[in-house]
Design a protein around this ligand. Structure first.
Ligand code: PRX
Length: 669
C-alpha cells in the first residue's frame, strides 16, 4: 500500500501545522496527570512492564467476584486477559454505586428531539439507583423469553434510555448484545441477525429524526422475511421481538412473536442477580465495514473491554464528580458503547444522551442543550464541527457556553481550521481539546492528549495512552524516520483489543495480524513528527470515512451490482469539505439499460435500501468501462484522482485500455 497516495481533505493543512497549545494551568492543577514528565514516566513504566501495569489497573478499577489468576496469555493473534477472574459489567457500572452518594446522582440525562411544531423535547433523568432497577427489570424480561448466557440479542433502537438499559440488561445476564445503528436498513438488520444467529430483537415502534419518524419496527418486520441465497429466511433464529413504544405510530404486532416492552415490565421483579462472567466471556459484537462486501462482527469480551473504557474515560476526559458529560455519538457506533454507556457509568459520571439531530429544529440545538444542562465536557465528531462552522458563529454565540471545561473529538482526522474554531468559538479559548484516535477494534481510546499535561497541536491526536505502543512502519514492518508517512501499527496487546471476528478466525488473522509480523495493523496511515506526536492521515485500505461513518467501498459496490441495471461498479472516496470524504461511484450499466438522472436517483435509493441511508452515494458517474491493470484489477488510484478532479499522475502504462480513462474523465461533465 502506498501511503503517500492516501486521500484526505486534511493532509495539506495537517502537514503545515506548527501551532502548539500548552495545557492550561488552571486545568492542570486539578487534573490526574499534571505534567509531561509525569505522563512520560507513567507511560514508559506501563509499556516496559505491561503486565504489571494492567494487573494493577484491573485490581484497582474493576470489581471482581473472583480475582483473576493470570494477567495475559498471548499467542498472536489470541489474547486472554485476566484469566480465572469473574465479574459482571452491569454491576461494575451500577451495583457498585448503590449505597454510596452516587446512587442518587443522575446516571443518564436524556433529552428527546423537540417536536416539529417547536414544542421542547421531553426530558428524563435516571439516577444510578433508578437505572439499576430498570436494568434488573429488563434483564428479567430477557430471561422470561428464554435468553441465556451467550445468546445473541440484536438492539435496533433510537437514542433513548431503553437503548442503554437493554445493553446493560444483556450484560447482567451474560447475553451478547449487537447494536445495529438505526440508520441501517432491513437488509442490514437481516444480514447481522444471520451472521450472529441472534435469538431476540429489541426495537421501537419508531424513532424521531428531524421531525419525521424512522419506522424501526417496520424495518424489523421486513428483515424477518428476507430470504438468503440458500432460500431460507436470514433471520430464522429470531424467536421474539420486544418493542419499545416511543413515537406511538401504528405497528403490526405478530402474536406469539412480538411483545411490548412496557407490558412485559408488569410481569417481572425489579431484582436480578448479576451473572458471574469469566473475564473473557463475549460481551458484545459490533458490525463494522472492512475491505470486503461483508461487514465484520467485531467481538469484545468482558473484563479487558470494561477496563479500557473506564480507564481511558477517567484519564482522557479527566472526569470529576461534578461533571455533566456529553458524548454525542449514537449507541449504534462503538463510541456510543464505550463513551456514552460503559466508560461513564463505570466512573459514576453523569452521561447525557440526546435523541435527535444537531440542526433540528435549528442549528443551535447542541448549544441549547449545553446551556440547559450546564454541560462541562463535550465529545463530538469533526464532521459535526465542520457543519457548525458552516452554519455560522451566531448559533453558538446565542447561548452561554461557560460551563464547558473540556472538548473532545473522534472519528476522523480533524483539520486545523475546524480545531481552531472548536477551540475559540465553542471553548472560548479556555478548554483543552482531546483529539482521540481509536477504532471499533481497539475498544477504547489509544492515542490522545491528557488534558492537564499534553501540549496540543491542531490536527494531531498527540501521544499514546498508558499501556499502548503504536508505531509507524514501512511496508516491510520497519519503523520509518520521524516525519515520514507509514502504516500505523500497535506492537503490544492491550486489554480492550478485539478478540476476533464473529465466526471468522481466518479473516481476523488476515486483516489485522498478517501485515506486520506479531503486530496489530490498524488500516490507517500516519506520520510521527519530531516530538513523537502522531498525525493520523486516514485509512489506507478500501474503507472510507464519510461524515465519521465507516463505509467499505466493496459493500457499496456489491449493493450497486445487485441492481438489475448494473454490470459493474467501482466506489472511491473524494475529499469533501464537510464530510471528510464523499462517496463517488463509477457505474457500468448492463446492455439495454440507459443512463439517466432517474436511474441515478434509483441507484442512490437502492444503496440506501441495501445498506442504509448512511451509505447513499454522493455522486454516481455512468461510464463505459473501468481502468484496469492487465491482470484485471481496477486501478483505484486513478479513479480517486478522477473523482477528486485531480490531474492524473503516476504510471498508467499498465492500463488495459487507455481510452477508458479519457471517457471516465469526460464522464464528470
Ligand atoms: O481512520 C481512523 C478514524 O476512524 C477509524 C475507525 O473508525 P470506527 O471503527 O468507525 O471508529 C470510530 C470511532 C472510534 C480509524 O481507523 N479515526 C478515528 N478517530 C480518529 C480517526 N482519524 C483521525 N483522528 C482521530 N481522532
Amino acid at each position: 500500500m502506498n501511503v503517500s497516495s492516501v486521500p484526505s481533505a486534511n493532509i495539506e493543512s495537517l502537514s503545515q501545522e506548527s501551532r502548539v497549545f500548552p495545557a492550561p494551568a488552571e486545568f492542570s492543577s486539578a487534573s490526574r496527570v499534571k505534567t509531561m514528565t509525569q505522563y512520560r514516566r507513567l507511560w514508559s513504566a506501563s509499556v516496559n512492564e505491561p503486565e504489571r501495569f494492567w494487573k494493577q489497573m484491573a485490581e484497582q478499577h474493576l470489581h471482581w467476584f473472583t480475582p483473576f489468576k493470570t494477567v495475559l496469555q498471548w499467542k498472536v493473534p489470541d489474547a486472554k486477559w485476566f484469566g480465572g477472574g469473574k465479574l459482571n459489567v452491569s454491576s461494575n457500572c451500577l451495583d457498585k454505586w448503590l449505597g454510596t452518594a452516587t446512587a442518587n446522582k443522575a446516571a443518564l440525562i436524556w433529552e428527546g428531539e423537540p417536536a416539529s411544531d417547536g414544542r421542547p423535547g421531553e426530558e428524563r433523568v435516571l439516577t444510578f439507583q433508578q437505572l439499576h432497577r430498570e436494568v434488573c427489570r429488563f434483564a428479567n424480561v430477557l430471561k422470561r423469553h428464554g435468553v441465556e448466557k451467550g445468546d445473541r440479542v440484536i438492539l435496533y433502537l433510537p437514542m433513548i434510555p431503553e437503548a442503554a438499559i437493554a445493553m446493560l440488561a444483556c450484560t447482567r445476564i451474560g447475553a451478547i448484545h449487537s447494536v445495529v445503528f438505526g440508520g441501517f436498513s432491513a437488509q442490514s438488520v437481516a444480514d447481522r441477525i444471520a451472521d450472529c444467529g441472534a435469538k431476540l430483537v429489541v426495537t421501537a415502534d419508531g424513532g424521531y429524526r428531524r421531525g419525521s419518524v424512522v419506522p424501526l419496527k417496520k424495518n424489523v418486520d421486513e428483515a424477518l422475511t428476507i430470504v438468503g441465497a440458500d432460500g431460507e429466511r436470514l433471520a430464522k433464529s429470531i424467536e421474539k421481538v420486544v418493542v419499545v413504544r416511543r413515537t406511538g405510530n401504528e405497528v403490526h404486532i405478530t402474536e406469539g412473536r412480538d411483545v411490548w416492552w412496557h407490558r412485559e415490565l408488569e410481569y417481572v421483579e425489579d431484582q436480578c442477580a448479576p451473572a458471574k462472567m469469566d473475564s473473557e466471556s463475549p460481551l458484545f459484537i459490533l458490525y463494522t465495514s472492512g475491505s470486503t462486501g461483508k461487514p465484520k462482527g467485531i467481538l469484545h469480551t468482558t473484563a479487558g473491554y470494561l477496563l479500557g473504557a473506564k480507564l481511558t474515560h477517567q484519564y482522557i476526559f479527566d472526569v470529576q464528580d461534578h461533571d455533566v458529560y456529553w458524548c454525542t455519538a449514537d449507541i449504534g457506533w462503538v463510541t456510543g458503547h464505550s463513551y456514552v454507556v460503559y466508560g461513564p457509568l463505570a466512573n459514576g459520571t453523569t452521561s447525557l444522551m440526546y435523541e435527535g439531530a444537531p440542526n433540528w429544529p435549528e442549528p443551535d440545538r447542541f448549544w441549547r442543550i449545553i446551556a440547559k444542562y450546564r454541560v462541562t465536557i463535550l465529545y463530538t465528531a469533526p464532521t459535526a464541527i465542520r457543519a457548525f462552522m458552516k452554519w455560522g458563529d451566531e448559533w453558538p454565540k446565542k447561548h452561554p457556553l461557560g460551563s464547558l471545561r473540556l472538548l473532545g473529538t473522534v472519528g476522523e482526522p480533524i483539520n486545523p481550521e475546524a480545531w481552531m474554531w472548536y477551540y475559540q468559538v465553542v471553548g472560548g479559548g479556555r478548554c483543552p481539546i482531546v483529539d482521540t484516535w481509536w477504532q471499533t477494534e481497539t475498544g477504547a481510546i489509544m492515542i490522545s492528549p491528557l488534558p492537564g499535561a499534553t501540549p496540543t497541536k491542531p490536527g494531531s491526536a498527540t501521544l499514546p495512552f498508558f499501556g499502548i505502543r503504536p508505531e509507524v512502519v514501512d511496508d516491510q514492518g520497519n519503523p520509518v524516520p520521524k516525519g515520514s508517512g507509514g502504516k500505523l501499527i500497535i506492537r503490544q496487546p492491550w486489554p480492550s483489543m478485539l478478540r476476533g471476528l464473529w465466526g471468522d478466525p481466518k479473516r481476523f488473522k488476515e486483516t489485522y495480524w498478517s501485515e506486520v509480523k506479531g503486530a496489530y495493523f490498524t488500516g490507517d496511515g500516519c506520520r510521527q513528527d519530531k516530538d513523537g506526536y502522531f498525525w493520523i492521515v486516514g485509512r489506507i485500505d478500501d474503507v472510507l470515512n464519510v461524515a465519521g461513518h465507516r463505509i467499505g467501498t466493496a459493500e457499496v459496490e456489491s449493493a450497486l451490482v445487485s441492481h438489475p441495471s448494473v454490470a459493474e461498479a467501482a466506489v472511491v472516496g473524494r475529499p469533501d469539505p464537510l464530510k471528510g470524504q464523499a462517496l463517488v461511484c463509477f457505474v457500468i450499466l448492463k446492455t439495454g439499460a440507459k443512463a439517466s438522472p432517474s436511474l441515478r436517483d434509483e441507484l442512490r435509493a437502492h444503496v440506501g435500501k441495501e445498506i442504509g441511508p448512511v451509505a447513499k452515494p454522493d455522486d454516481i458517474r455512468f461510464a463505459d468501462g473501468l481502468p484496469k491493470t492487465r491482470s484485471g484489477k481496477i486501478m483505484r488510484r486513478l479513479l480517486k484522482q478522477i473523482a477528486s478532479g485531480a490531474e492524473i499522475k503516476g504510471d498508467t502504462t499498465t492500463l488495459e485500455d487507455l481510452s477508458v480513462l479519457a471517457k471516465l474523465t469526460a464522464a464528470e461533465e
